[in-house]
Ligand binder design. Structure first.
Ligand code: FAD
Length: 106
């Protein structure tokens, strides 16, 4: 089985970075592809219990692919659910762009 921690860090990095650079006004094709990317995780993610819980999470909270700000927030909240499940600290979702797009202020 994969290293669940390293796989998780790599996957969150990919997902948050992709959300951070998702267009503010995505085309229908971009929306459809983002939705497929997110919905493929419960089917394909190689940590099966992670995949199952994430599937339940996105059933209860439908992905908001309407634009980058909404998507980044939605993903931050899903990640916080996992953080909570694992006893990790919640992340301040006001800081997603600082963490994943802009870098720290000078
Ligand atoms: P990570 O949680 O990997 O976070 C990486 C970095 O992202 C952090 O250092 C921080 O800078 C930033 N960050 C933290 N929280 C947020 C947030 N809410 N929004 C934006 N940025 C944030 N592991 C399990 O043991 N059981 C599971 O069921 C499980 N389910 C998972 C489901 C998914 C879809 C994914 C992608 C991963 C899952 N993991 C699971 C892995 C787990 O979430 C962590 O990736 C892993 O434990 C390593 O944690 P970490 O402390 O290094 O930071």
């Amino acid at each position: 089985p994969p290293d669940v921690e390293q796989l998780g860090r790599a996957t969150w990095t990919f997902l948050h970075a992709t959300a951070a650079y998702y267009p503010e006004k995505p085309t229908p094709t971009q929306r459809a592809n983002m939705l497929m990317l997110l919905k493929s995780l419960p089917v394909l993610y190689p940590c099966t219990w992670c995949a199952q819980d994430f599937g339940e999470s996105i059933e209860e909270n439908k992905p908001d692919v309407s634009g980058r700000v909404a998507l980044s927030r939605w993903l931050c909240e899903r990640h916080n659910e996992v953080n909570e499940k694992l006893g990790k600290e919640r992340f301040d979702c006001a800081k997603v762009d600082e963490r994943w797009k802009d870098g720290p202020p000078d």
